[in-house]
Ligand binder design. Structure first.
Ligand SMILES: Nc1ncnc2c1ncn2[C@@H]1O[C@H](COP(=O)(O)OP(=O)(O)OP(=O)(O)O)[C@@H](O)[C@H]1O
Ligand SMILES: [Mg+2]
Length: 245
C-alpha cells in the first residue's frame, strides 16, 4: 500500500462530510463514537473502512447513509446536506441516491431473488420493461441468471449477499454502503463477492464504501480508511490499481 494518491480534481464528489461527530449516552458516560471526522469520496472509488471493534465504523456508515443523524457537522451527498433534510425527504433521498448492503443480507424472505431486486425499483415507480432489463443485467453481473425465482432460504449465504448487492445497485444509486458485507461468508464466497463488487465498480463506475475486518478484503480495496476511537488515523490508496471512472 503506497502513500495516498493525489486524485484529479475533475472527478465528481459523491460524499463530502465535514466535522461530523456522534456522541452516545451524552447524559451519563459519553461515548464519542464518531469524533470530528472529515471524509471526501469521489465517484468510482472502492474504499474499505477498517479499525478495531467499537472504533465507529458502523456509526459512521449509518451517518453517511442518513440512517442516523450526527450531533454536529455536515454531510453533503451530491451537494445536498442530508443533515438538514426532514425525515420524509431523507427517506426519499436515500431511496434515490444510496444503496445499502448489510452484514446479515436482509433479503425479504417471502420474495424471490428477482422480486427482492425489483422491490426498490417498484418503490421508485420504474415501469416493468425498465425493471426487467435491469434485473437481467444485474443477475448476469452477479452470475445468478439461473436463480431468479429462488427464495432467500433456497440460496447459500454467498448467493444471498450477491442478490443483496444487486438490490443495492438496482436503482442506480450514487454509491453503495456496505457494513461488513463478507462477515457471514466463508472465504471462497467472500472472495466471489469481492470479485463482483470490483466488477460492478469497473463496469458501472459504482462507488463503494464498505467496512470490514477481513485482511483479504482490505488487501483488495483501492483506498483504506482506518478509524480508531471514532477518528480517522490513516487514509491510504493503492497507486497501481487505483481505478475511477
Ligand atoms: N446505539 C448505541 N448506544 C450507545 N452506544 C453505542 C450505540 N451504538 C454504538 N455505540 C458505541 O459507539 C462506539 C462505536 O460503535 P460502532 O458500532 O460504530 O463500532 P464498529 O467499529 O462498527 O465496531 P464493530 O467492528 O464491532 O462492528 C462503541 O463504543 C459502541 O459501544
Ligand atoms: Mg460495526
Amino acid at each position: 500500500m503506497a502513500a495516498l494518491e493525489k486524485i484529479p480534481d475533475k472527478k465528481e464528489t459523491v460524499i463530502d462530510a465535514h466535522n461530523i461527530s456522534k456522541v452516545y449516552n451524552a447524559d451519563t458516560v459519553p461515548v464519542h463514537a464518531v469524533n470530528n471526522v472529515h471524509l471526501h469520496l469521489l465517484k468510482g472509488e472502492f474504499t474499505a473502512l477498517v479499525g478495531p471493534s467499537g472504533s465507529g465504523k458502523t456509526t459512521l456508515l449509518n451517518l453517511i447513509g442518513g440512517l442516523d443523524k450526527p450531533d454536529s457537522g455536515q454531510i453533503y451527498i451530491n451537494g445536498v446536506d442530508i443533515t438538514r433534510l426532514s425525515s420524509g425527504r431523507l427517506i426519499d433521498f436515500r431511496l434515490q441516491n444510496i444503496g445499502f448492503v448489510f452484514q446479515s443480507f436482509n433479503l425479504i424472505p417471502v420474495l424471490t431473488a428477482r422480486e427482492n431486486v425489483e422491490f426498490i425499483m417498484l418503490l421508485q415507480g420504474k415501469g416493468s420493461s425498465v425493471r426487467d432489463r435491469r434485473v437481467k443485467q444485474l443477475f448476469g453481473q452477479i452470475q445468478m441468471e439461473n436463480k431468479l425465482d429462488s427464495r432467500p432460504a433456497q440460496l447459500s449465504g454467498g448467493q444471498q449477499q450477491r442478490v443483496a448487492v444487486a438490490r443495492a445497485l438496482a436503482s442506480k444509486p450514487k454509491f453503495v454502503l456496505a457494513d461488513e458485507p463478507t462477515a457471514n461468508l466463508d472465504s471462497q464466497s467472500a472472495s466471489n463477492l469481492l470479485d463482483i463488487m470490483l466488477k460492478l465498480n469497473r463496469e458501472e463506475g459504482m462507488t463503494f464504501l464498505f467496512s470490514t475486518h477481513d485482511q483479504r478484503v482490505i488487501d483488495r480495496a483501492r483506498r483504506v480508511i482506518r478509524l480508531v476511537d471514532g477518528r480517522i488515523v490513516s487514509d491510504t490508496a493503492a497507486v497501481s490499481t487505483a481505478h475511477t471512472q
